[in-house]
Design a protein around this ligand. Structure first.
Ligand SMILES: [Zn+2]
Length: 456
């Protein structure tokens, strides 16, 4: 058995990977509504000989399993799209359908690469009669940051030894740690309505409470740990200026580098809400939403992923692809492009090529959040990104939705499939390596993890 076998398996699955990615990109479904996408993957994996195990609580979640014994390797896939990001595969803003969803986060690529890596590993295990179990995880609701949290709470990730995951990005980078922990909260204020001019003295405005809460939170910002991010929207604030609003609500996200910081800051945000309620003589009800953890660092796993990024062949772009990339890049803020090029050490590149330095993740930790962080809390998890769109483009934009539907995105996904399959091979064939990675995981694990499933 030589390692090249696993890379050859992935190579042989290139067309399948492209077909999966195109199918999901052409049929975008929002978080919580990914029924057709989940069924598509179920059918695909069952046809390949995997057994399907459905979630008992989430109709769009499942895992597909093949093999026997340990190690049990989880390859994590996602397939949800984003609202309003319908976009054709071209370098100008052109929705396929106005207001419809689109794959601005490239989860069509994310899921297809995970499925291809799982299939390649399954075929390898089968042909060589190697002990080991491969699981492809069909994970919905990533954009709501809760699908995997729900799956973990249900016990669906139990029994695994290690997980492999990735995300489309503008660079080829390994991420030992990444993502900000996050929680969502809703605040419902209740006051007393009245005519705003005829009897203002008898009104107690719930909207005043929402506004005073945001003033308080904006003062709180100075006194929180570095890299905390707090964002909010006002869900409802009354119906007309001449009616004192007796109901108003706000929706908050609190993010920070560690889940413990999120919990502590969230408690303080609740106090600010209570203060706003007291000032306005209204009452407040807090709905605690789901929370997700930051990605837990594992340096040995990072080394393994990095070695496979070097070992696997990275994408080579045609002149046409590079020109498309440059045109798309020209539509985003030039300052971001310049900073990204400087960070990656490219003079001025449309696409990031090669592999970023081993420790580059320290200076460009992904500042968004992902429920993959919770997976890294329950088992050793390897995470990386590959270049699936031009340098400087940010996920959740029409530019990335466009790139995710082209051969540029598909080449990035193909590379990702090779990296995951290569790393999976190493985890299966080198038990000593896996046990060292597991030891590092245990050393960093203080046993305090509990999925934040929210409460009212
Ligand atoms: Zn994403």
């Amino acid at each position: 058995m030589i390692k090249q076998e696993i890379f050859d398996e992935v190579q042989g699955l290139a067309t399948l990977g492209r077909n999966i990615s195109r199918h999901i990109w052409n049929n975008p479904e929002l978080s919580g509504h990914e029924k057709a996408s989940a069924d598509y993957y179920r059918k695909l994996m069952a046809k390949e000989g995997f057994d399907i195990v459905d979630s008992k609580s989430l109709p769009t979640a499942f895992y597909a399993e093949y093999g026997e014994g340990h190690p049990v390797i989880a390859v994590v896939g996602e397939y949800d799209a984003l609202p309003g990001l319908s976009q054709d595969a071209c370098a100008e803003r052109k929705p396929i359908e106005d207001g419809a969803p689109g794959h601005g986060c490239g989860h069509n690529l994310l899921g297809s690469a995970a499925a291809v890596a799982a299939i390649a590993l399954k075929r390898f295990v089968e042909k060589n009669k190697v002990e080991g179990t491969i699981r492809f995880y069909g994970c919905p609701e990533e954009e709501l940051l809760c699908g995997k949290v729900k799956m973990i709470a249900e016990g669906m990730f139990e029994g695994c030894d290690a997980a492999l995951t990735w995300h489309p990005n503008d660079a080829n980078l390994v991420h030992d740690s990444a993502y900000l922990a996050n929680t969502a909260m809703k605040f419902f204020f209740s006051g007393r309505t009245s005519h705003a001019a005829f009897a203002p003295e008898s009104g107690r405005s719930a909207l005043d409470a929402v506004e005073l809460m945001s003033v308080g939170v904006n003062y709180l910002r100075e006194h929180v740990v570095d890299h905390t991010r707090i964002h909010y929207t006002t869900d409802s604030g009354g119906f007309a200026p001449n009616i004192v609003p007796d109901q108003a609500s706000a929706w908050y996200f609190v993010r920070a580098p560690r889940i413990q910081d999120v919990k502590e800051t969230a408690e303080r945000v609740v106090k600010v809400a209570q203060g706003a309620a007291m000032m306005t003589e209204t009452t407040v009800t807090v709905e605690q939403g789901y929370g997700c953890c930051e990605f837990k660092e594992n340096n040995l796993f990072g080394n393994l992923i990095y070695a496979n990024m070097i070992e696997a062949d990275g994408p080579k772009y045609t002149q046409e692809e590079l020109e498309f990339g440059a045109t798309l890049q020209g539509t985003v803020d030039a300052g971001i492009v310049e900073r990204a090029n400087r960070l990656y050490g490219d003079e001025h590149a449309a696409m990031h090529m090669g592999v970023g330095e081993r420790d580059l993740w320290k200076s460009c930790t992904m500042k968004a959040s992902s429920d993959s962080g919770d997976v890294s809390y329950v088992m050793p998890t390897g995470l990386f990104t590959t270049a699936c769109w031009p340098v400087g483009c940010s996920p959740h934009t029409w530019q990335t939705a466009a790139a995710a539907g082209t051969t540029i995105g598909e080449k990035g996904a193909h590379y990702a499939a090779k990296i995951m399959a290569g790393a999976g091979y190493d985890l299966i064939m080198k038990p000593e390596l896996l046990s060292r990675i597991s030891r590092e995981f245990e050393e960093r694990n203080d046993g305090s993890y509990a999925p934040m499933v929210g409460e009212k």
